[in-house]
Design a protein around this ligand. Structure first.
Ligand code: COI
Length: 359
């Protein structure tokens, strides 16, 4: 164990879940990483691996009342006994951007990565190896200061918990999803917190998502918060359109999450010779492209969702079926390349896989 990380051993280990029925984010491992911030103790202190267990929280904890809470999601994969993290530096960089937006204290990205490697090493037996499976890693930070005044807290907790998981939508990862283009509610506005991975963004999405679910759709596609004309992102993923062979995705405008899978897919697609455009895309453009027979494929990208084809889009009184409700060729190509690199089946030219040293 690194000298920067303390370790509290638990008495009894848990029983591991049935690998054939993992679901997403339902099972948690034996240990978690914990780190505390107290202004009066000089900032962040006590980076430690402790038994996974309920935590004690003051009912007046500010994070519960005023939403100072941010999170991340990344994954670990196992192949031939080796355990790798996928682009973890990007997640720690982004958590600092989210923390800054909510006026929460910055973390030391390298130290946290060191702590995460120690945690995942302790839990390496929990990393599932089945097709499409991984150890989902959830770092999160929230305000623990007790008090009801609205001001930045002076006490915080960071935790990293681990969940052996299968596909996010359940079943086949490449089963096309049905998406409802939301024309009533909005997710974020420019100048707000849309670009940050803050808990409240997800709370704000739930009513629209439930309404869409009731109508038989899996997820909501958000439009911009001002004109409700331009496409932003889906509930748990960024979105790509293949128009006449060109990949088009909404540009990062401040209200869209800068997805790490989005970034990776753009980099990979360009290397594979596809044309990629990051720009404003209106919902009208999309339906016009469809009417002209030029909307070849639609897919979403996200850490949890991976690369997920969209089979149906519903907007106002129209419902369109994309590529016969089948996974398109480009979607499949990118999926195979992306998951091939993650799972160690393909060469990693970029150094995206970060080995968790076995100790
Ligand atoms: C992820 O893709 O890791 C996410 O955080 C999306 C979702 C599960 C909230």
């Amino acid at each position: 164990m690194s000298e920067n990380v303390k370790f509290e051993k638990r008495e009894e280990l848990k029983q591991k879940p049935d690998p054939s029925n993992l679901g997403f984010g339902q099972h948690f491992t034996d240990y978690m990483l914990s780190y505390d911030y107290d202004e009066d103790k000089g900032g962040w202190h006590d980076l430690k691996i402790t038994p996974y267990a309920p935590i004690e929280l003051d009912p007046a904890a500010q994070g519960l009342h005023y939403g100072q809470a941010v999170f991340e999601g990344l994954k670990a994969y196992k192949h031939n006994g080796e355990v790798d993290l996928f682009r973890p530096d990007q997640n720690f960089k982004r958590i600092n951007q989210s923390l800054a937006r909510l006026e929460m204290p910055q973390i030391d990205e390298e130290l946290l990565l060191e702590g995460l490697k120690e945690l995942v090493n302790v839990e390496r037996d929990w990393v599932p190896e089945g097709e499409g499976q991984s150890l989902y890693i959830r770092p999160f930070v929230f305000a623990t200061e007790a008090g009801l005044g609205v001001h930045p807290a002076s006490h915080y907790k960071l935790l990293i918990i681990l969940s052996p998981s299968g596909s996010y939508y359940g079943g086949d990862a490449l089963k096309p999803t049905r998406i409802y283009v939301e024309d009533k509610y909005v997710r974020a506005v420019r100048g707000g917190v849309g670009f940050a991975k803050v808990a409240g963004n997800y709370a704000a999405s739930l009513l629209a998502q439930s309404n869409a679910n009731k109508e038989g759709y899996d997820q909501v596609l958000w439009l911009d918060g001002v004109e409700q004309k331009y496409i932003e992102e889906v509930g748990s993923m960024n979105i790509f359109f293949v128009e006449n062979g060109t990949l088009v995705t909404p540009e990062l405008n401040g209200s869209i999450l800068p997805g790490i899978t989005r970034k990776t897919v753009i980099e990979l697609a360009k290397e594979l010779g596809y044309k990629v455009e990051e720009r404003r895309v209106s919902v009208d453009e999309l339906f016009e492209a469809y009417d002209k027979g030029e909307l070849d494929e639609v897919f979403g990208t996200g850490t949890a969702a991976v690369i997920s084809p969209v089979g149906v889009l519903k907007y106002e009184d129209r419902e369109i079926v994309i590529n016969n409700n089948e996974t398109g060729k480009i979607t499949q190509h990118l999926y195979d390349q992306y998951t091939g690199i993650q799972s160690g089946k393909l060469e990693d030219k970029h150094g995206w896989r970060v080995v968790v040293p076995k100790k």
